[in-house]
Design a protein around this ligand. Structure first.
Ligand code: NAD
Ligand code: IPM
Ligand code: MN
Length: 340
């Protein structure tokens, strides 16, 4: 396995170190190439993602990323110029984000609600494409637009993958989350594509939920969700709340997948660089470790993936509180459990 590693900013390098420890515990002969991208490089050279680096990244089987974003860099520079550029250039059209409340993990919701869902967030379109601009800047008549782009091609491929995954899960249930009562143009496209593709998956039950109501149900009745398919921005918001109700953002994993396998897929925790706790050694590396499990599954190593997940499940069920040296302590424990 040839893996590119982008530790990035803030807690990124801290959690990636632990993720790699666990990966090496289950796949000892992994070859890693580390790429210095993020705030430090931008300050030093002005570079975000040089074309030569992008070319090299393409030569890998997968990419493991920590997080990007830093308070010393204007908002959007690293996020758009590095992270989103990677997702767009490498055609990461399926952003896979499972949320599961593991046994023994204290959830914030009343009444021990079971949560086991997976979000397929479209990854290359929507309001993220940068389609917009500013007119009459710095005047009282300033106008800012951010136009959401939705193509039949883009919607169909993520919806199809969502049905594929739903068909392989025990509940065989899929929910489209959107805002079709207001965003009628993109809403019609998403609804029609879901209806069309559903014809090929007669045994998958289909539901629809408006994005705002989805936030209610995620708190009051999360068990109604199995597979969720949604657009780029809705998926971003949905998955932070899904993480918060299933044990916290420190446990939420993700995979940015090119389902066609033309380009390497990229695995990263859902969380960001957490500048508020960077350098304290308290970041939870579990989200990165679970992202490693997604990576192993994607590369056809399900047995290794299950070992990593089982290690996490055991650790979460028996975890002691404590914060000093927490990041490395959790990583050491998970690596030992997964490799034994
Ligand atoms: P964040 O996810 O970095 O942090 C939100 C909160 O969660 C903070 O209180 C943080 O301390 C906590 N947290 C995050 N990860 C944690 C972990 N592993 N263990 C324990 N606590 C954790 O989101 P933010 O504060 O909105 O963003 C900070 C920076 O990260 C911004 O620059 C943002 O653009 C960027 N960001 C990057 C990514 C990414 O690289 N994929 C994702 C989200 C945000
Ligand atoms: C995430 C992040 C990113 C997103 C940002 C940093 C571009 O919030 O991975 O969830 O919005 O996709
Ligand atoms: Mn996000």
């Amino acid at each position: 396995m040839k893996l590119a590693v982008i530790p990035g900013d803030g807690i990124g390098p801290e959690v990636v170190a632990e993720g790699l420890k666990v990966l090496r515990g289950v796949v000892p002969d992994v070859e890693t190439n580390e790429y210095d991208l993020g705030a430090a490089r931008w300050h030093r050279t002005g570079e975000l993602l040089p074309d030569s680096v992008l070319r090299e990244l393409r030569e890998h089987d997968a990419i493991l990323l920590g997080a990007v974003g830093d308070p010393t860099v204007p908002s959007g520079i690293l996020e758009r110029g590095l992270l989103l550029r990677l997702r767009f250039e490498l055609d990461h059209h399926v952003n896979l984000r499972p949320a599961r409340l593991y046994p023994g993990v204290p959830g914030p919701l009343a009444g021990d609600k079971a949560i086991d869902l997976v979000v397929l967030r479209e990854g290359t379109e929507g309001p993220y494409v940068g389609n917009g601009g500013i007119l009459r800047k710095d005047t009282p008549h300033e106008i800012a637009t951010e136009v959401s782009l939705n193509t039949y091609f883009g919607v169909e491929r993520v919806v199809r993958d969502a049905f594929e995954r739903a068909a392989r899960r025990p509940r065989r249930h899929l929910t489209l989350v959107h805002k079709t009562n207001v965003l009628v143009h993109s809403g019609q496209l998403w609804s029609r594509v879901v209806e069309e593709v559903s014809m090929e998956y007669q045994d998958v039950a289909v539901a629809y939920c408006h994005m705002d109501a989805a936030m209610i149900y995620l708190v009051t009745d999360p068990g109604r969700f199995d597979v969720v398919v949604t657009d780029n921005l809705f998926g971003d918001i949905f998955t932070d709340l899904a993480a918060a109700v299933s044990g916290g953002i420190g446990l939420a994993a993700s995979g940015n997948l090119d389902v066609s396998r033309t380009n390497p897929s990229m695995f990263e925790p859902v969380h960001g660089s957490a500048p508020d706790i960077a350098g304290t050694g308290t970041a939870d590396p579990t989200a990165t470790v679970l992202s490693v499990a997604l990576l192993l599954d994607h590369l056809g190593l399900p047995e290794a993936a299950r070992r990593v997940e089982a290690a996490v499940a055991f650790d979460l069920a028996t975890r002691q509180s404590g914060s000093v040296g927490r990041t490395t302590a959790i990583g050491d424990r998970l690596a030992a459990l997964a490799s034994s």
